[in-house]
Each structure stands twice: as structure tokens, then as C-alpha cells.
Ligand binder design. Structure first.
Ligand code: HT7
Ligand code: ZN
Length: 871
């Protein structure tokens, strides 16, 4: 496999002004006719008098015929080489007609045109369009598309593609057609087609300039009652993008289609978003609060791409974070405005610190704008998306909201209808604000998580307080030395009463420092006693902070800090310290200071319930593993469990009282205040089920039986499964009951598999193997694979079980799956790539599993890249 480098980027030799596609869909094949108006790229220099050959991308295609300006081409005028069709050219502008035959029914990779539950659908990002027809399948080639879809009327009454429907009619043999025209130029990765027996809900939206837009959400008829939340979310997103970014929708119709077999969450195809059904469908009985919020966020994300991604797209795939990082930032701000801002920040920072920091410290570490790749699908990463979002957020913090908005306006105006780069985005920000972002650009080119080491000194005589911030960044593959970053660091100082001190002559009590040197000192005058610093407030930069907080300091911050992120972070630090202590010395007692501090949080009636629920969650096993120098999986599980049990036993009465207070019946609404109450109630239930008493597990069972919504039922099921007091008959009863209730609902069944495979109590490798044989398991469904196999890889107890059987099992699945769906195979093996961080015996077993994968012939580029970079 070939490595592709950013530095080698070259503009294309030809443009495609218009693309006319005709899809003739049949049960065992599809015929695709593509008519392209081609034009030489006049801005490039070619040897005088010659026209370069046209090299089109194409994979897994049967070429049926090829015409240039109406003339059928013979074998000496074109060449089929691996992955390309090379055509000789006679004129600078010409028409090319290509007819290909493809087999969507046999397409298990879910890239290109494929079938899911009997319907045809497409996934073209990043390089799937080349599995449909020969094309310049690169994002800088933008074309105006017209698409005619022909299929059986009885089997596929609904025929959709991008843009507006301009023609439809009936044909012989019960066939019909619809023609769609998308007036906006777009790259091939935004192409979409759907043909199926679908129903839709319909609504309307009036844009800020008064245009009327039709909104439709399509799904199989049995799910039609589960689309309302997605529709409400869509309308909220459309209004928000007008109000916050001044961006208006541009077509007459916006459609969403839910499909069951999908490699990722959703796809922003122009005017025709295709969604994993798990990211659209919700009803109170079948979806949890978390699912409701996820749907709202993903609907918004894909809708926001209409500007950040579609109207302004990416020049090449190295610029992926240009659209993804920016759009994640947009959807995060939207969710913060719709729900609890503080909690959204905690959740996002927590994901970043747990999973993205791990990626940045692993063998696949890359900058948000990678410099090379073998397989672009491997670079749809937490780094490109979530760290990319943090980089945009830092620009927002440095510029301020007003200047940032001027920057985005300029960016959209300047590059509308173009394929842009990350550099274009930063330049627009600079030009609009006058702020120099020269040094800030290192965030785009350097990988790794910077470490900020903070020390301080107080001079009682002068009242001067010195805060020194030093930064460094660990080496990452291919990048030994790093230049200092421009880091915005939010700070405040707390006095002995917990009040915020003025930081400067203007009396500001909070400030964002712009740290640019390897070491900088910041002085605050007039402090009557040594203040306590609150650092990196609101998680103002994606860095690790090292400051020697005592436990008393952390307890103080938990109580007094006005920044909810830092209150939560203090709680996490205290939890990490207590658990790490037990990892090293398992016989020791649980830190009583931690137990008391958690008791104070439980008792704090004034605290925001949503934040309180977050604060009461101990650091996850994954986050503890990320922070460990050497991961000892079973010791982490045992230590965390011991701490949870100690808190639960010490505060059982208070937890029970809080649970009772919150446990009242009401009509289900996925609104912030209600979600906060349910979350906190279920956190209490989680602690209570860590108490080794029958009445505690009975309480969870009662909640399960009485539940009127999925949030409460699912939480209770998890509590019973992992309860300290073991009642295996009850576990069995509830798992069977859950199955019987929801077996007709594929998305809920995903969770039924995940709750078992990820359980420390149930999820043995034997159990997972048995579940793979279950009637409801479908090995062609990425959702099922992610639930069952992915759930198992997150199961620290059994995945890392002695002897390495968990690793062997995963290696077998990766090898098997690679032939069927390389994208899912390569993602699912991620946990093995972290082998170097584990204690030696475990590490060796993980490495063996990777070596076994590496030895397989004909690996996909996806798995090849990950396995080779990991070893
Ligand atoms: N832009 C979309 C990316 C995506 C994707 C990438 C590779 C393979 C399958 C895929 N499905 C969707 C999703 C997004 O970020 O909005
Ligand atoms: Zn996206």
C-alpha cells in the first residue's frame, strides 16, 4: 500500500462542470450511466501542444462502455489499471460517457451503493463514489449533479437523490423514475441516492429571508412514530444556525433517511442526509435521555455541514478537520445552548481527555491536519473531530465571540462554492480580527498532548503571587521535537474564604492568559494570603495540567470554585488519587477524605443537579487507564469498585433519601431539567446497588419493573447486572424480560448485546461467543458488531483476562471482518494498538494478537495501516 502525503498535493488536470447520472437499479445488479462535461484546468501548465491523459478513480466496477464526444473508445484509447481508468484526450473540453455495472447486493463494505434491509443507499465519503462509477473522486473537483433513478415501483416506491425533484414518471414493466437536480456544485463525496419502500414525516421551515423549505424524514413504516424528536431537532438547528452564524438553508427541500446498516453515525450529503437509524429514531419507551441528546447533536452536526463542509468544502482529505473540527464546535455550542452548558463542557472534555489523549499518546498519533496517510478512513478520528473542535474553540476564546463571528462570516463569503484549506480558515480569522495567529498554527501541524506544568510562589511581605506556567509536548511518531504552542489558559485565584481575587488593576476576577513561551510567569499583586489557583477554567485548551494540589485544595475547589468544569475536575483528581493509591496498595482503606467529600456533594441541596450527577461519577476505568503510566487493568477495576462501595456504604441513607426525592412519576420529556433529575436519580441507584444488601438490588429491580421510560429501565437493568449483592435469577429474569419486550427493535437489541458483553459480571469471552450465535445478532450490521465486540473490548475485566483469550478472540474477529467491512474491522481493533502501555505479560499477549493479524495476506489498506503502525 502507498502512503499519500500532504506535501504532494497537486490541483487536478481536469474539472468536471456537470455530472449527469442515471441509475438503473435491478435485483442483482445496477447499471450506472455517467455523462461528464470535462474541462482542462487552465491554471496548470502542461507541455505545449499536448493534453494530459485523464485519470479517473474506480474500484470494483465492470466497465460496460466508454464514449468520448459521442465516439465509442477502443482499447488503445484507454487503459484500466488498478483502481484507475486512464483515458486519452483530444480536446481541452469534451464529454465523457461511462457506463458501469455494479453489484450493490454484494457490497458488504457499506461504501458506495449498497443495500440495507432491502433498500438501496449510498455512502460516498471519503472515497466511496469510485465504487459507483469512474470519476475524479477527490473533494476539490466540484460539479453540478443531475441524477435519474429508475427502479421497480412496487419494491422501491421512494426514489431520492440530492437537490430538488425535477421530473418523474412511469415506465414499462412496473418501473418508474425520478430525476433530481442539485444546483450547487459539490464534490462526489456528497452524492447520495436512496431507493426503498419508505414512509416519511413532513414539516416546513420558513428561513430568515422568508423562503419555505419542506422537511422530510424517511424510515421504514414500523418506525415512523419515532422520527418526531429528530424533526424538532432539525428545526431548532436551522433556526440556531441563522441566529448564531447568519447561515440560511439554500434548497427547497431537506431530507433525512434512516438506515440500519451504516459504518458511522450519519452523513451530510447535500439535501439528503443519510443517518444510522440509531441516530434518528427515538421514543420514550425505546430511547434513553443520552440517545435523545445524541440525536439532537447529530442532526444538528449534519445540518450545520451544509455550510461548514458543503457550501465550503475541503481541498483534500488532509483538511478534514476544516469541516469536522469546525462543525463539531458548532454542534457543541448548539447543544450547550439547548441543554446544560456546564455539563456539555464536562462531557466533551471528559471524552477528549479519556479517548483523544490516548490516541495522541499512541502509535496512530497525528496532528489535526495529518501530513500523510495510507487509508483516509483511518483518519476520521477523535483527533480530527474532537481535538479539531478544541482548536476552533481556542480561536473563539482568543478572538472573543464578536471577532470570531466576523471571522466565520469572512470565511464563508470568501470561500463559498470552493474547496478550502485549514490555512484559509485561520487566515480569515486573522484578517477579520487583526489577531496574529502565526504561532497558533502549530496546533494544526503538531501532534501530541501538551503538558502544562504550573508552579507558584507567594511572597507574604509584598503580597505578590507568582504563577509560573511551563509547557512541553511529548514526542509522537515522526515528530521528535515540538515548538511551543499558543495556549489560552483561563485562570482565577481563590482566597481563603473561597472568593475570587482581582487579578489586575481593572479588577478582573477571571482572565485568559495567552501562553506562548516554554515558560512564563504571571504576577498578581496585593494578595493578603497565598491564593489557590483555578487553572485551565472551562477546559480552555486541550492540554494536561500538572499542579501539585493537596487533597485539601481539591476539596476546597470542589466546594468554592465558580467554574463548574473545575469543580468537577477537582472531584475527578481526588477520585484518581484515591483509586491510584489502591491500585498500588490494594489492602489499604479507602481515603476517608474522598468519602467525606463525596458525602458533601450528595448533601449539597443547592448544587445544580446536572453538575452534581457528573461530580458524583468516579473517573471511568478508561480514564484511569489513560492516566496510568503502566496499565494494570484488573487492579484498576478492583480499586475503583472498592472506592465506589465505600462511598455507597458510608452515604447509603443520604443516597436513598436523594433517590426517593427524585423518583417521582411524570410524563417523559427529553428536557434539560428532567434529564438532570433522572441522571442524578440513576447515579444514586448506581451507588445503592454497590451496597451488598438484597434490598438494594430489589430497589433497582422495582425501578426496572415500574419504569415508564427507557432511561429508567435501562439504568436499572445495568444496576441489577453489576450489583454487589448477587441475585443471578433476577439478572436472568430481567435480561429475558428486556429481550422479550424489545426483540423487534434492532436499536434496543444493540444495547441488549452491549450491556452483557461490557459487564464485569457477565461479559466473558465464552458469553460473547455465545451471543454471536444468537438469532438477533447480525454479523453484517456495524451497530451489532460495535455493541457486542466493541462492548467486550471496553470490558476491562474480561477483555484483559489472564491468558490473552480476549485478545485472540478480537484478532479472529478482525481477520474475519476485514474481508467483509474493512472500516469496521480497523476501528474495532483500536484497543489492541495500545499494547505498549500495559504491564509486560499483558502487553506481550496483545502484541502477539497484532502480529497474527499482520501475518494475514491481502489485508485491507485500513487494517494494514493500523497494524503496521502499531507494531
Ligand atoms: N462526514 C461524515 C463522515 C462519514 C464517514 C466517513 C468514512 C466512512 C463512513 C462515513 N460515514 C460518515 C460524518 C460526519 O462527520 O458528519
Ligand atoms: Zn461531520
Amino acid at each position: 500500500p502507498r502512503t499519500i502525503y500532504l506535501k504532494d498535493y497537486q490541483a487536478p488536470d481536469y474539472w468536471i462542470d456537470t455530472t449527469h447520472l442515471t441509475f438503473d437499479l435491478h435485483e442483482d445488479y445496477a447499471l450506472v450511466t455517467s455523462v461528464l462535461q470535462m474541462r482542462l484546468n487552465g491554471e496548470k501548465e502542461f507541455e505545449s501542444g499536448t493534453l494530459p491523459a485523464l485519470t479517473l478513480h474506480g474500484e470494483e466496477l465492470d466497465l460496460v462502455s466508454l464514449h468520448r464526444d459521442g465516439e465509442e473508445l477502443e482499447g488503445d484509447q484507454y487503459q484500466l489499471a488498478k483502481g484507475t481508468l486512464i483515458v486519452s484526450v483530444k480536446q481541452p473540453t469534451f464529454e465523457l460517457q461511462v457506463v458501469t455495472r455494479i453489484r450493490p447486493q454484494e457490497n458488504t463494505s457499506l461504501e458506495g451503493l449498497y443495500k440495507s434491509n432491502g433498500m438501496f443507499c449510498t455512502q460516498c465519503e471519503a472515497e466511496g463514489f469510485r465504487k459507483i462509477t469512474y470519476y475524479l473522486d477527490r473533494p476539490d473537483v466540484m460539479s453540478v449533479f443531475t441524477t435519474k433513478v429508475i427502479a421497480s415501483q412496487a419494491r422501491y416506491p421512494v426514489l431520492l437523490a440530492n437537490g430538488n425533484a425535477i421530473d418523474k414518471g412511469e415506465l414499462e414493466n412496473d418501473r418508474h423514475y425520478v430525476t433530481w437536480e442539485d444546483p450547487f456544485k459539490k464534490p462526489s463525496y456528497l452524492f447520495a441516492l436512496v431507493a426503498g419502500d419508505l414512509e416519511c414525516i413532513e414539516d416546513r421551515f420558513t428561513t430568515m429571508s422568508g423562503r419555505d423549505v419542506t422537511l422530510k424524514i424517511f424510515t421504514e413504516s414500523h418506525n415512523i412514530h419515532k422520527c418526531d424528536h429528530a424533526m424538532v431537532s432539525l428545526k431548532k438547528s436551522m433556526r440556531w444556525d441563522e441566529e448564531v452564524y447568519g447561515r440560511e438553508y439554500d434548497l427547497d427541500i431537506f431530507m433525512i433517511v434512516a438506515v440500519d446498516h451504516f459504518n458511522m453515525g450519519a452523513m451530510e450529503n447535500k439535501g439528503l442526509n443519510i443517518f444510522n437509524s440509531s441516530c434518528v429514531l427515538a421514543s420514550p419507551e425505546t430511547a434513553t435521555d443520552a440517545t435523545y441528546q445524541r440525536i439532537e447533536a447529530i442532526v444538528a452536526h449534519e445540518y450545520f455541514h451544509n455550510w461548514s463542509g458543503n457550501r465550503v468544502t475541503c481541498r483534500d482529505w488532509f483538511q478534514l478537520s476544516l469541516k469536522e473540527g469546525f462543525t463539531v464546535f458548532r454542534d457543541a455550542e448548539f447543544s450547550a445552548d439547548m441543554n446544560s452548558r456546564g455539563v456539555k463542557r464536562i462531557q466533551d472534555a471528559s471524552l477528549l481527555r479519556t479517548a483523544q489523549f490516548a490516541e495522541d499518546a499512541g502509535p496512530m498519533a497525528h496532528p489535526i491536519r495529518p501530513e500523510s496517510f495510507i487509508e483516509i478512513s483511518n483518519f476520521y478520528t477523535l483527533t480530527v473531530y474532537e481535538k479539531g473542535c478544541e482548536v476552533v474553540r481556542m480561536i473563539h476564546t482568543i478572538l472573543g465571540a464578536g471577532q470570531f463571528r466576523k471571522g466565520t462570516d469572512l470565511y464563508f463569503d470568501r470561500h463559498d462554492g470552493e474547496a478550502a484549506t485549514c490555512e484559509d480558515f485561520v487566515k480569515a480569522m486573522e484578517d477579520a480580527s487583526g489577531v496574529d495567529l502565526t504561532q497558533f498554527r502549530h496546533w494544526y501541524s503538531q501532534a501530541g498532548t501538551p503538558v502544562m506544568t504550573v508552579t507558584d510562589k507567594y511572597d507574604a511581605e509584598s503580597g505578590d503571587y507568582h504563577l509560573t506556567i511551563a509547557q512541553s509536548c511529548p514526542a509522537t511518531p515522526g515528530q521528535e521535537q515540538k515548538k511551543p504552542f499558543h495556549i489560552p489558559v483561563g485562570i482565577a485565584l481563590l482566597d481563603e474564604q473561597g472568593q475570587l481575587l482581582p487579578l489586575n488593576a481593572a479588577g478582573d476576577k477571571e482572565q485568559v492568559l495567552s501562553i506562548k513561551q516554554s515558560e512564563e510567569t504571571f504576577v498578581v499583586k496585593g494578595c493578603k494570603s497565598k491564593p489557590l489557583p483555578s487553572l485551565l477554567r472551562n477546559f480552555s485548551a486541550p492540554v494536561r495540567v500538572r499542579y501539585d494540589y493537596s487533597k485539601d485544595d481539591l476539596v476546597f475547589l470542589m466546594k468554592h470554585d465558580t467554574d463548574s468544569f473545575n469543580r468537577w475536575d477537582a472531584c475527578q483528581r481526588l477520585g484518581v488519587a484515591a483509586i491510584e493509591q489502591l491500585v498500588e496498595q490494594p489492602q489499604q482503606a479507602v481515603d476517608p477524605q474522598l468519602v467525606d467529600a463525596f458525602g458533601a456533594v450528595i448533601a449539597d441541596a443547592a448544587m445544580d443537579k446536572a453538575v452534581k450527577a457528573e461530580m458524583l461519577c468516579l473517573p471511568s476505568e478508561a480514564s484511569l487507564a489513560e492516566q496510568a503510566d503502566v496499565i494494570q487493568p484488573l487492579a484498576i477495576v478492583a480499586a475503583r469498585k472498592k472506592v465506589k462501595q465505600a462511598i455507597a456504604v458510608a452515604h447509603k441513607d443520604a443516597l436513598q433519601a436523594l433517590y426517593n426525592e427524585l423518583n417521582h412519576e411524570r410524563v417523559y420529556k427529553p428536557e434539560a431539567a428532567d434529564i438532570a433529575e433522572r441522571t442524578l436519580k440513576n447515579v444514586c441507584l448506581g451507588y445503592l446497588s454497590a451496597v451488598n444488601e438484597a434490598e438494594c438490588v430489589q430497589l433497582a429491580a422495582k425501578q426496572y419493573d415500574d419504569a415508564s421510560n427507557m432511561t429508567d429501565r435501562r439504568a436499572a437493568l445495568g444496576c441489577v447486572i453489576d450489583a454487589h449483592y448477587r441475585d443471578e435469577a433476577l439478572v436472568e429474569r430481567l435480561l429475558t424480560d428486556f429481550y422479550d419486550r424489545y426483540k423487534g427493535n434492532s436499536n434496543v437489541m444493540d444495547d441488549w448485546f452491549a450491556v452483557q458483553s461490557s459487564s464485569a459480571e457477565l461479559g466473558t469471552v465464552e458469553k460473547v461467543k455465545a451471543l454471536m450465535q444468537h438469532d438477533s445478532f447480525d454479523s453484517t450490521s456495524p451497530n451489532k458488531l460495535r455493541s457486542l465486540i466493541g462492548g467486550f473490548t471496553r470490558n476491562m475485566t474480561h477483555f484483559h483476562t489472564a491468558g490473552g483469550t480476549g485478545y485472540e478472540f478480537l484478532a479472529d474477529r478482525v481477520i474475519e471482518l476485514d474481508k467483509q467491512n474493512p472500516q469496521v474491522a480497523s476501528r474495532i481493533m483500536t484497543p489492541l494498538t495500545r499494547w505498549k502501555k500495559f504491564e509486560p505479560v499483558t502487553s506481550g499477549l496483545m502484541k502477539n494478537a497484532l502480529e497474527r493479524i499482520k501475518a494475514v495476506h491481502n489485508l485491507s489498506t485500513d487494517v494494514y495501516e493500523v497494524v503496521n503502525k502499531s507494531l
